[in-house]
Design a protein around this ligand. Structure first.
Ligand code: HEC
Length: 162
């Protein structure tokens, strides 16, 4: 290798290096242009993450919690007030009492039977209703549905006497 060839090599090699440097700079700018704008989106991302990691049933504590609970209670109260209790003797009887009182299971007096009439003659309506509410031997209190009101039980007993 002589001196002339060396110089030619150095020139070529520097040309290649220079080309790579230019290419690198170009690529840096291209990459910058392609990068999405993240700055504005960051708060939105945070909000989304917060939403995803929030507890399913947020704990109701402090003033905000007390307010939320009061609101829920008010909604329940108005809902209950709006729901009138329907007094439907045959409905209550057929839905619950009939299970025992149609068949006479465990000695239950059958609806409209002589035995039912005899109990009525002996005890009177008030006593029959009171026993149906409070239970009597195998007869469960309120037919085992404590949600039934006294009026509903009375209506069912009256239907049993028909
Ligand atoms: C699990 C069965 C069963 C169900 C359900 C049931 N009863 Fe009875 N009931 C009885 C039995 C048993 C007797 C008889 C109890 C006795 O005299 O020893 C009875 C007795 C009665 C009597 C007569 C009480 C008396 O003083 O002689 C009435 C009234 C009565 N039931 C009403 C009802 C009504 C109203 C319902 C529905 C809300 C109902 N029962 C649901 C089993 C049942």
């Amino acid at each position: 290798m002589n001196h002339k060839e060396d110089r030619a090599f150095v020139r070529q090699f520097s040309g290649v290096i220079a080309a790579f440097v230019v290419l690198t700079i170009v690529l840096i700018f291209v990459a910058r242009a392609m990068q999405p704008e993240t700055e504005g989106d960051e708060s939105m991302l945070d909000a989304r993450v917060e939403q995803r990691i929030a507890p399913v049933g947020a704990v109701r504590a402090g003033e905000a919690g007390a307010e939320a609970l009061a609101e829920a209670q008010a909604a329940i109260d108005t809902g209950l007030a709006a729901e009138e209790v329907v007094i439907d003797g045959p409905g209550v009887y057929n839905g619950l009492c009939a299970a025992c009182h149609e068949s006479g299971a465990a000695g239950a007096p059958i609806r409209g039977s002589e035995q039912m009439a005899a109990r009525f003659d002996e005890k009177g309506l008030e006593m029959l209703v009171s026993n149906a509410i409070n239970s009597l031997n195998a007869m469960p209190a309120r037919g085992a549905n404590p949600a039934l009101t006294d009026e509903q039980i009375q209506a069912a007993v009256e239907y049993m006497l028909q």
